[in-house]
Design a protein around this ligand. Structure first.
Ligand SMILES: Cc1cc2nc3c(=O)[nH]c(=O)nc-3n(C[C@H](O)[C@H](O)[C@H](O)COP(=O)(O)OP(=O)(O)OC[C@H]3O[C@@H](n4cnc5c(N)ncnc54)[C@H](O)[C@@H]3O)c2cc1C
Length: 97
């Protein structure tokens, strides 16, 4: 059996990541087991906002975000940047789906 797949590397020409000012080098992996109050897998919007709001409610929480590549590697780091409260389909199409 082979081991886990290697973490995918960042996309160098991605607009958001490429203009972030970060060198996009993945942080060092965990050296072993750790104990935290909340462990979050994935440093995208879902994981980062979850950590943000949990800490806002209870700053004493110890939270670890474990990301296999770099934060923002997934859709969060390369989306269109649109911010709208509306679904991109009309209500009738949404109900049918
Ligand atoms: C091309 C495109 C355009 C878009 N445009 C818009 C837009 O304009 N406006 C908008 O609001 N939304 C847009 N979206 C949708 C939006 O980007 C996503 O809904 C959102 O980023 C999802 O965030 P997420 O944190 O759930 O997932 P992701 O951002 O995908 O984050 C998941 C993270 O988990 C990591 N991960 C995966 N597996 C593991 C593992 N086993 N262990 C540890 N880490 C792991 C990944 O590396 C990744 O960083 C777009 C999406 C795409 C693809």
């Amino acid at each position: 059996m082979s081991g886990p797949a290697a973490a995918p590397g960042p996309i160098p020409n991605d607009f958001w990541l490429g203009t972030s000012g970060d060198d996009l080098t993945p942080r060092a992996p965990l050296k072993g087991d750790i104990n935290v109050d909340v462990a979050i897998l994935g440093g995208g919007f879902s994981g980062l906002w979850t950590a943000y709001h949990l800490l806002k409610r209870d700053p004493s929480l110890e939270i670890a975000i474990v990301e296999r590549s770099i934060c923002g590697y997934g859709a969060s780091g390369r989306n269109g940047g649109w911010c709208s409260p509306r679904f991109p389909v009309d209500p009738g199409a949404l109900i049918r789906r």
